[in-house]
Structure formats: structure tokens, C-alpha cells
Design a protein around this ligand. Structure first.
Ligand code: CAA
Length: 385
């Protein structure tokens, strides 16, 4: 035995981070999770607690006022928050999604304009790629931007924007050259106070009800010329490169939701008695629990490997980012459905958290690219080898 062997083991600092986030999540976020879902209200308690502890955007580089945490640390934060409240995990999650295009392709001046307000917790940032008629086929977007003197003028609308209305900043993708397909898309940072910007009604959703999802509209919306992210025509590649960094965070969210459901199930089967004994003593129930735990652990390991690969910029990171998101979200759905089954009739009620976790898990198979798109991305990577 060699207890100094450190392959396949998170460094101590990651383990300490997990303990810190778990303690905060259980004390400050979990008590409000059911109410946030029931009332479809933004989890202000979670925002306050995460910001006070500096967990709302750990990935931001130190030069912009952040902690410069690595990708695995970012996943751990999201996972631990999702374990108690899926809606709240979108605070660190979407901050990363909205920020990555700027960090990956924006100038230092643009990063200086936008990032410190996020680091200080004064502003959040959302990601605006999808449109009503352009979801999986993201290149088919219709929102347009044209340069007019020292301003870009945007017209169109984006759909399914997570945390819309709460965020102050929006990373927006728009067509600047309609003849060039993917290479005619550019990326911009829009501020909620920019003239011509508007937020639509909240979608009425199955889950993640505490995180508002809305359309956003641009009507001759003018943004200063220096708010373009990178060069014109590079926006689509920036959008895709962003997903390499953020699909593992959806994996982490899915792992957290599944772990929350598993933990609740283990506690419940020890208490619930039928046929004169705790249902956890029945082999059929034990087999279910074992399968759930096995899948959650496999999903967790795959998510961390993907995050590590992305952190190092390895050539196969796109495959791993999609694989982790796809696998972990399928696991989250299976495990949360099984959790509801283990709770029986009680699991079908809002008196227990597992039905919320099941509803919250569903979106992880859909957003940041459906799992069908992930399989397409993975297959393309395999066939390119
Ligand atoms: N890194 C760098 N460049 C990339 C890339 C990557 N990971 N992936 C693609 N590209 C490049 C390609 O190389 C190509 O460039 P060239 O023409 O120079 O070779 C260009 O981008 C276009 O790529 P494709 O030819 O692959 O484009 P496509 O139209 O065939 O397919 C797609 C692209 C993978 C289907 C893409 O549209 C996609 O990922 N769709 C899903 C969209 C999505 O995930 N939406 C989620 C919205 S955000 C959200 O849900 C967040 C939330 O609410 C929380």
C-alpha cells in the first residue's frame, strides 16, 4: 500500500473546497430550495451566500478580481450547489457560460470592462445563442448586427436565455455577414441598459423554476464598437469553444442533482418500513441503490477528467466535454427517476425533494446542446481521427 499515490485522487485543496461549498449549500441554500421551486422565484438567498463566500464565479482570473480557480474547482462548486438546489447552481454555472466567450476571445480592455463587476458580485452575465427557430442548428440564427460609425446596431431576438432579466451583461451572437455561414457570425457583449434591449416574459417550465428563462429582444439596440468579442466573423467558433469549457459544468450540475437524489434515497430506505422491516433491507432496493451510486461515481469521474482536459487544452477536449455532459445528464435522469421510485407515493409529492430533482435533471439532457447533438459532436471527433 502506498497512501502517497496520488493518481485518480483530487488534490487536498479541491477536497477542502468541496467541504466548504457543501457546508454553505446545506446551511444557506438547501432551506430555501423547495420554496424557490414552489414559487418560481429567483434564489436571492443563494446569490447572496455564494457571492459573500466568493463562490459565484470562482473561475474568473485574478487580474479581473476573481479567484482564478481551475475547471475542476468550478465543477465542484456547481456540483455541490446542485446537490441541494438545481436553480441555484445556475448562478455559478451561467456566470461561467456568459463569461467564457469574453475570456476566450475578447480583448483585455473588454475583459476589464465586464469581468470586475461580475467578480465583485454586482452583475451576472448570460449567454445568448439560441433563437426560436435556431436551437440545435445554431448557425441558422437570424439576429443581425451592423457597424454604424462607432456603434454596433443589433436587431432580432434570442430565446431560452437562462437568468435573463437578472443578468446585467449578455454575451450575444449575431450575423454580421449573412453570406459566410458560421464565419459570418460575431459575438458581442450587451448591457441590460443599452438602448433597444428588452427582456420578454418568463417561460413556464418543468424544472429549474428558480432560474428565469426568457426571450431577449434587440430593436436597433446600439452597443459601443469596442464591445465586439474578438474579430468580426469569429463569433461562432467562440461559441463552440465556450462549450468545450462549459459542457463539463453541466455534467457537474447533473452529478450534483443525482447525488442529492441518491443521498435522499439512502436516508429514506433506512427509515421507511414495509413488511415489518426497513425497505433498504430488501435486495431489490439494494440493487437499485448500488446501480444509482455506481452511475453517479462514473459520471463524476468522467466530468472531472473532461474538466482537467479542458484546463490543459488537450486535443480531445471537445469529445470529453460532450461525453461528460451527455453521460452525466443521462445518469442524472435515470438516478432521479429511480429515487422517486424508491420513495414510492411519497416521492411523487412535493413533501420530499426527489420529484424536484427529477424535474430539474431533465433540462441537463437538453441545454448546452441536446444529448443528440453531443453524440453528433462525439461521433464527428471519432471520425476525424
Ligand atoms: N472549437 C473550435 N471550433 C469549433 C468547435 C470547437 N469545439 N466546434 C466547431 N467548430 C468550428 C468548426 O471547425 C467550423 O469551422 P471551419 O468551418 O473553419 O472548419 C465551424 O465551427 C462550424 O462548425 P460545424 O461545421 O461543425 O457547424 P455545424 O453547423 O455543422 O454544427 C453544431 C455545429 C455542433 C451542431 C453546433 O451548432 C452546436 O453545438 N449546436 C448546439 C447548440 C447548443 O449547444 N445550444 C445551447 C445553447 S446555450 C444553453 O443552452 C445554455 C443555457 O441555457 C444554460
Amino acid at each position: 500500500m502506498n497512501d502517497a499515490f496520488d493518481a485518480y485522487q483530487l488534490p487536498e485543496e479541491h477536497q477542502e473546497l468541496r467541504a466548504a461549498v457543501r457546508a454553505l449549500a446545506e446551511k444557506e441554500i438547501a432551506p430555501h430550495a423547495a420554496e424557490v421551486d414552489e414559487e418560481s422565484r429567483f434564489p436571492t438567498e443563494a446569490l447572496k451566500a455564494l457571492t459573500a463566500a466568493g463562490f459565484h464565479a470562482v473561475f474568473l482570473p485574478e487580474k479581473y478580481g476573481g479567484d482564478g480557480a481551475d475547471a475542476i474547482a468550478g465543477c465542484i462548486v456547481i456540483e455541490e450547489v446542485a446537490r441541494v438546489c438545481g436553480s441555484s447552481s445556475l448562478i455559478p454555472g451561467v456566470n461561467k457560460l456568459g463569461s467564457m466567450p469574453v475570456l476566450l476571445s475578447g480583448s483585455d480592455e473588454l475583459c476589464q470592462q465586464v469581468m470586475p463587476s461580475i467578480a465583485r458580485g454586482e452583475a451576472m452575465i448570460s449567454y445568448a445563442l439560441s433563437e426560436r427557430e435556431s436551437g440545435s442548428d445554431a448557425v441558422a440564427m437570424k439576429t443581425k448586427a451592423r457597424l454604424d460609425g462607432d456603434h454596433w446596431v443589433l436587431n432580432g431576438g434570442k430565446a431560452w436565455i437562462t437568468n435573463a432579466g437578472i443578468s446585467k451583461w449578455y454575451t450575444v451572437f449575431a450575423v454580421t455577414d449573412p453570406d459566410k455561414g458560421a464565419n459570418g457570425v460575431s459575438a458581442f457583449v450587451v448591457h441590460a441598459d443599452d438602448p433597444g434591449f428588452e427582456v420578454g416574459n418568463k417561460e413556464r417550465k418543468l424544472g429549474i423554476k428558480g432560474s428565469p428563462t426568457c426571450e431577449i429582444y434587440f430593436t436597433d439596440c446600439t452597443v459601443p464598437a469596442d464591445r465586439i468579442i474578438g474579430e468580426p466573423g469569429t463569433g461562432f467558433k467562440t461559441a463552440m469553444r465556450t462549450f468545450d469549457h462549459t459542457r463539463p459544468t453541466i455534467g457537474a450540475q447533473a452529478v450534483g442533482l443525482a447525488q442529492g437524489a441518491l443521498d435522499a434515497s439512502v436516508a429514506y430506505v433506512k427509515e421507511r418500513k414495509q413488511f415489518g422491516k426497513a425497505i433498504g433491507e430488501f435486495q431489490g432496493v439494494q440493487f437499485m441503490l448500488a446501480d444509482m451510486a455506481m452511475k453517479v461515481e462514473a459520471a463524476r469521474q468522467m466530468t472531472y477528467v473532461a474538466a482537467a482536459k479542458v484546463e490543459r487544452g488537450e486535443p480531445d477536449m471537445t469529445f470529453f466535454a460532450s461525453a461528460a455532459k451527455c453521460y452525466a445528464s443521462d445518469v442524472a435522469m435515470e438516478v432521479t427517476v429511480d429515487a422517486v421510485q424508491l420513495f414510492g407515493g411519497a416521492g411523487y409529492t412535493r413533501d420530499f425533494p426527489v420529484e424536484r430533482m427529477m424535474r430539474d435533471a431533465k433540462i441537463t439532457q437538453i441545454y448546452e446542446g441536446t444529448n443528440q447533438i453531443q453524440r453528433m459532436v462525439m461521433a464527428r471527433a471519432l471520425l476525424r481521427r
